[in-house]
Design a protein around this ligand. Structure first.
Ligand SMILES: C[S@@+](CC[C@H](N)C(=O)[O-])C[C@H]1O[C@@H](n2cnc3c(N)ncnc32)[C@H](O)[C@@H]1O
Length: 267
């Protein structure tokens, strides 16, 4: 790509403060969706990859709390080193690390696992933080290497170009070992967003278009579950209509008849 990439200067801390310093209706829905999918899909949780994780370790905390297990390893990848440093600072107990108390309290209340236990489960895993541009081909060690894939507000929130979006989905599919468990979240019908005065692109997707887009990216999910929610009021980002959460089991072949469960939580 020759044009400027806004993710080179991603406002990591401002992003965390804006989206993860409280649990509103959207984070509540996301955390419930992750728990619901995880209980149903029973991920191996041995080799976990967080794709386009940005600065946020929320999905890993949520899965640790739900499964009451420590992941064998977590490979947390992103194009932006500053985001990876921000995520790693929490694991390193840095005094200036982001405070995940709001999310941890929610998880403790919902799952009955103490905050200190959730922290211990997450921190005792073997973490690595590779800088990866998912538009490029994967390094050999990453291909089909992961049994649990987690990617949230990534592919649709980094490009407005459909082909690039599909390329990013292909990379996610290529990361997965056979029958990997996949957890995905998408902004619904997003027109792009702005953080700290920086504008970011988006591709408008929804629960109607995503099944074909996932298939085009080779992300064939058995037993796919879709959960669609409306945007919270006031909206956390402008120009979007809600979120779509998807869980499923990665298959080599297209599912003949994907079973989809759709729940629309109107607010
Ligand atoms: C909207 S943020 C999502 C962050 C986080 N997953 C979450 O749920 O809040 C999108 C992330 O994708 C990363 N990103 C953008 N382009 C990328 C690329 N080509 N390869 C890998 N990561 C990329 C950005 O740096 C950013 O951290």
């Amino acid at each position: 790509m020759t044009h400027a990439n806004p993710f080179e200067s991603f406002p990591a801390r401002a992003y965390l403060e804006k989206y993860y310093s409280y649990v509103g209706a959207e984070n509540d829905a996301m955390l419930r969706a992750l728990a619901d999918f995880a209980r149903h899909l029973e991920p191996r949780f041995d080799r976990v990859v967080e794709v386009g994780g940005g600065p946020s370790i929320v999905p890993v905390l949520a899965l640790c709390a739900t499964l009451e297990r420590s992941p064998g390893s977590v490979t947390f990848m992103d194009i932006c080193p500053k985001n990876l440093d921000e995520a790693a600072s929490w694991l390193d107990h840095e005094t200036m690390a982001f405070d995940y108390t709001a999310v941890l309290r929610w998880l403790e209340t919902q799952h009955g696992v103490t905050i200190s236990n959730i922290e211990r489960l997450a921190m005792s895993s073997d973490w690595r933080f590779p800088v990866v541009d998912l538009r490029q081909s994967l390094a050999g060690w990453m291909v089909h290497a992961f049994d649990t894939i987690s990617s949230h507000f990534f592919a649709e929130s980094v490009t407005s170009d459909r082909d690039t979006f599909i390329t990013l989905l292909k990379r996610i599919a290529d990361l997965g070992a056979p029958e990997a468990t996949v957890f995905l979240s998408f902004m619904r019908r997003s027109q792009g967003y702005s953080i700290g005065g920086i504008d970011f692109p988006a591709l408008s997707v929804d629960e109607e278009t995503l099944p074909n887009l996932l298939a085009a990216g080779g992300l064939h999910l058995l037993d796919a579950q879709y959960l669609t929610i409306n945007a919270e009021t006031p909206p956390t980002r402008t120009g979007y209509e809600g979120m779509v959460f998807i869980g499923g089991t990665l298959s080599d072949v297209p599912a003949a008849r994907p079973r989809q469960r759709q729940v629309v939580a109107a607010r």
